[in-house]
Ligand binder design. Structure first.
Ligand code: COA
Length: 255
């Protein structure tokens, strides 16, 4: 197993760290599988009460590995990425994310399934699916407009341009903005506070907070997944990925 995901347990807190800095913490098929397995195990492990996601001070995650998108695109609902999305969306205990630097694609949409998000003031969130010839995933087409209203969601998902930590705070995607060097400390402080509370109350409160959403979210994820999987194999996405590898702007004039 690679070290691209670091898994560390201290007390009742499981910390999962994106650790592929040389590729901007972009997420490979193996990394999704490790994350899905870690969350599945933690969901029923009575010794774990809280999960913390983090990257590094300069980068949270550049999203899906674009080489993997080209070479091993997800095929079907059992693909590691969909296992991960289902695991995070249905995780019964609190999840905290500490986000510094760019959070691209699933680096942003996974936050929709976290309960508390601390952002470094250098955090830059983006969901550039359209710029890659793709469509939203992780139920973001449902959850982003619910969170920020239709027009701001359309700006984020149609233009796909980054927005910074303060804007994310304003629309409710993050709870607090702190200097990047403080993000992990604040996340751990909150995790410790949560871990000291009765787990049955945490689980029941989270279930009630999410009540009514779970089925709709699962259905939207599935619908998005079908479109996403088809679009990955179409000319617009191929042009976008090739352009990224060749370090040039994509040419969508024929797609
Ligand atoms: N998949 C695979 N490799 C990636 C990657 C990704 N999503 N994002 C970055 N990398 C790699 C680059 O290819 C480069 O590799 P190299 O050093 O072997 O050439 C390395 O990470 C550094 O990336 P670089 O683009 O030079 O860093 P930067 O600091 O200038 O920019 C980002 C950082 C995150 C803004 C930029 O890399 C980016 O936009 N990445 C693509 C994000 C994306 O579209 N993700 C998919 C969302 S669905």
């Amino acid at each position: 197993m690679s070290n691209d995901i670091l898994s560390h347990t201290e007390g009742a807190i499981l910390t999962l760290t994106f650790n592929r800095a040389q590729k901007k913490n972009s997420i490979t098929v193996d990394m999704y599988q490790q994350l899905a397995d870690a969350l599945t195990a933690a969901s029923t492990d009575a010794t774990i009460r809280v999960v913390v996601f983090q990257g590094h001070e300069a980068i949270f995650s550049a999203g899906n590995d674009l080489g993997d998108f080209m070479n091993v695109p997800p095929a079907g609902g059992d693909s590691p990425v969909f296992q991960f999305l289902r695991a995070i969306a249905s995780f019964p205990k609190p999840i905290i994310a500490a986000v510094c630097g760019p959070a691209v694609g699933i680096g942003t949409t996974l936050l929709l399934h976290c309960d508390l998000v601390i952002a470094g003031d250098n955090a830059a969130f983006s969901m550039p699916f359209v710029n890659l010839g793709l469509c939203p995933e992780a139920a973001s087409s449902l959850l982003v407009p619910q969170m920020m209203g239709y027009h701001r969601a359309a700006e984020a998902l149609l233009l796909g341009e980054p927005f910074m930590a303060e804007a994310a705070l304003e629309v409710g995607l993050v709870n607090r903005v702190v200097p990047p060097s403080e993000a992990t400390r604040v996340a751990m402080q909150w995790a410790q506070k949560l871990a000291a509370k009765p787990i049955s109350s945490l689980i029941e409160t989270k279930r009630l907070l999410k009540k009514g959403d779970a089925q709709v979210v699962a259905e939207r994820m599935k619908e998005e997944g079908v479109s996403f999987g088809r679009m990955l194999r179409e000319p617009a996405a191929k042009e976008a990925f090739t352009a990224f590898m060749e370090r040039r702007l994509p040419d969508f004039s024929n797609v």
